[in-house]
Ligand binder design. Sequence first.
Ligand code: NAP
Length: 486
Amino acid sequence: MPANGAPSVLIIGTGFGGIGMAIELRRAGFRDIVLLEKAADIGGVWRENTYPGAGCDIPSPYYSYSYEPKPDWPMRFSLRADIQEYLRRTADKYGVTGLIRFNTEVTAAAFDADRGLWRVETATGATYEANVLIPAVGQLSRPAWPNLAGRERFTGPAFHSAEWDHGTDLTGKRVAVIGTGASAIQFVPLIQPKVARLTLFQRTAPYIVPKTDTVYRPWQHAMYRRLPRTQLAERAFFWGLCEFATVGLKGNRAITKAVEWLSAALRARQIKDRELRAKLTPDHPAGCKRVLFASNYYPAVAAPNVRLETGRIAEITPGGVRTGDGVEHPADVIIYATGFRTTEFLGPMKVLGLAGRDLREYWSDGARAYLGMSVPGFPNMFLMYGPNTNLGCGSIIYMLERQARYIRQAVEHIAAGTSYVDVRPEVADHFDAEVQRRLARSVWSMCRSWYREDGGRVSTNWPGLVSEYDRRTKTLDLADYQVVVR
Ligand code: NAP
């Protein structure tokens, strides 16, 4: 048990990463913990993404903290409000909510080596100091707007899917949707019945496979409550399924071919028009971009009021979208479902480490961190959901729990009288080289996606199974770190 709850810890962000980290530290007896949250509520992506149909495509028994099973999830693939409520309740239950400073956006952080302290500046002008800094700001928190000419000239409402404008009624409107990723395929089926006309701009056809959703019945809730192992079995099943799928993503083409077949079978069943089916057929190997789960997307695209436009967008006009063939597609509303700035980890924050080293410069040819958490020259700073910890299939909460466990051990070393711990550069470099070597053989290196930097480096994804990540992060090896004692 640490003396006086020390050292002090600052966590940035209150999504599943930040809340889970605070819980782990509190359970280990640490008390000097503050969480800084830019918004007025907790939830991360589950607070931000309020578009119709927003939900998780990883089943809830797996997409939840292992120590906090919820027997009464309404559905297998939960919607965002239920997920956010789960996070809120969990934060309350473990005494974390009171540690959060809301409406406090971090703008900069700098390490003071003499005092062994991180000094954090915020947009409100308030500053905070702590021995340990844990940014848990996610990979999908900053919307990406496409660089399309004329975007500002459009006269009607236009918004990003991650900043849904609920004040704009889409009923009876001509709506243009740009993008066909995980967000679009969730809201398109919900808005399609109410709009007059929907023009869906698809640059790349995604792989879509059936979503095996289910509304849990009261008897299932009762069973999960009385026999928790039954829910654990469901969790274990989806864990195993994703581990199997990841073998494919790592390079086993037999498995990714099976996914391609599954997606083709869904198209054959749901899309009768051959021309439309051809347009919806992906031209890259499955898994290279995220495989999407939806049983209602293809029927929505095939509806008479929807036009799938695959021509290159030339410009946005005051009244709609013009494609490269010169045709203008009129629209009253434009919805940009164009994803997130995923490779700009820590976004607009200025982070300075030892001797004023700028994290942005260190990452100028791609973000990297040892085990996705530690960056040389940035002592006592540990990232959650950092570089190369995203998954092609699996629960990010599983990864976050492993990160929390590892970081808690680092904090324990710091509590034991250490001024700071700094990952050895050679350890971090060796790890990065290994990760990149393995990723080069994976399916993610075979097309452009949000997993990759402009230069081609895959900087978001973990190259292996989650069980490997579990093993490699179980015990922090202090030999990987330079330990500077005051
Ligand atoms: P995304 O997967 O990055 O999709 C963005 C879409 O916009 C793609 O279709 C992309 O086409 C298109 N696009 C981007 N720039 C464009 C341009 N200039 N012109 C035309 N099209 C353009 O983003 P997302 O759908 O928001 O999803 C991001 C990630 O969030 C997901 O992969 C997933 O990890 C997570 N997410 C999960 C869920 C879930 O659990 N169900 C739901 C939503 C989001 P290209 O493919 O050609 O680049």
